[in-house]
Ligand binder design. Structure first.
Ligand code: 3HC
Length: 286
């Protein structure tokens, strides 16, 4: 099937990046937030990213303008009525996501694919919020941050997902320049199951006083050749997001490696969510 119109629900860290990469390859994108100012802020963030690419000589000004012209911020679900694909990238809260999917199911065309960018929640449980007829076209499409840079899509098939939907998501990911891996519908899928124990262990080393945040991060960057240290990466992802994913992993799989460290619980309770609030394991701007 051809995917021309994409409805992206959520204009935060992931949603605005997802909207950007689709608009950049010629899709018409509606960027939805219930509050229009947040949808417009998402579009402005995309404009800033494209401006930086133009300034670096990586993008022609005309292509930036054409990409932005294909993006429509919206505070209503009506745009989903024209969508070939709906991507949900709202906060990792199962009840919030399920309510949104149920509402979208009533608006979107019967043939539209529904893809959740959930980082850990069961695709089958989210698909259950939609009608039985929709479920063959319900799939997980997990992007990585920063979306324009990270060339991976983790595709999660639910029990009802059909082959045509997987084929369509694979073709779209290739258009976006992203490589696909397929994960079973298990807690945290593949990448976060591998990543979160590393981040949690770095946090435990920090809270035990094994090293400073800078030394723990430098250890991973210089000693392991990671692009970011684990504490810096947790701050970048969002400490609330990391905590939510660790909880899903711990509840779903057990195992002390997934248990959220106390320092993480305390930082989130104190409103220190990482880069987005200016403070996490580090303070920002650094
Ligand atoms: N948007 C668009 N482009 C960006 C960007 C952004 N937010 N951030 C960086 N870039 C681009 C830069 O423009 C630059 O492009 P250029 O080389 O063509 O000029 C390129 O990326 C490199 O950027 P910088 O030179 O500024 O900085 P770095 O070399 O330090 O790279 C990084 C930045 C790509 C973010 C790198 O540090 C990195 O790869 N970090 C790890 C990121 C990671 O692990 N992401 C996965 C997180 S897990 C996840 O998302 C799953 C979720 O479920 C939790």
């Amino acid at each position: 099937m051809s995917i021309d119109h994409v409805f992206v629900a959520g204009a935060g860290l992931m949603g605005h990046g997802i909207a950007q990469v689709h608009a950049a390859v010629g899709k018409h994108v509606t960027l939805y937030e219930p509050d229009l100012a947040r949808a417009v802020a998402g579009r402005d963030r995309i404009a800033g990213s494209l401006d930086r690419a133009v300034a670096k000589g990586r993008l022609a000004a005309a292509d930036r303008d054409a990409t932005l012209a294909r993006l429509t911020p919206a505070d209503s679900l009506d745009g989903a009525a024209r969508a070939d694909l709906v991507i949900e990238a709202v906060f990792e809260d199962e009840a919030v996501k399920a309510a949104l999917w149920a509402a979208l199911d009533a608006v979107a065309p019967a043939g539209a694919i529904f893809a959740s960018n959930t980082s850990s929640i069961s695709i089958d449980r989210l698909a259950a919020a939609t009608s039985g007829a929709r479920r063959p076209r319900f799939v997980g499409m997990h992007f990585f941050s920063p979306v324009p840079v990270m060339p991976l899509v983790e595709l999660i098939r639910g029990a009802a997902t059909d082959d045509a939907t997987e084929t369509a998501i694979r073709a779209l990911s290739a258009e976006l320049g992203k490589q696909v891996i397929v994960s079973a519908d298990r807690p945290g899928f593949i990448v976060n199951r591998v990543l979160m124990p590393l981040l949690a262990e770095a946090m435990r080393a920090y809270e035990e006083g094994t090293g400073t945040a800078d030394d723990i991060d430098t250890g991973a960057k210089v000693g392991l050749n990671h692009p970011m240290g684990p504490l810096e990466l947790a701050d970048f992802i969002g400490l609330d997001v990391c905590l939510g994913i660790m909880r899903v992993l711990h509840e779903g799989l057990g195992g002390p490696q997934f248990e959220p460290p106390q320092v993480l619980v305390d930082l989130v309770a104190g409103g220190h969510l990482g880069q987005k609030t200016g403070r996490g394991f580090h303070t920002y701007p650094r």
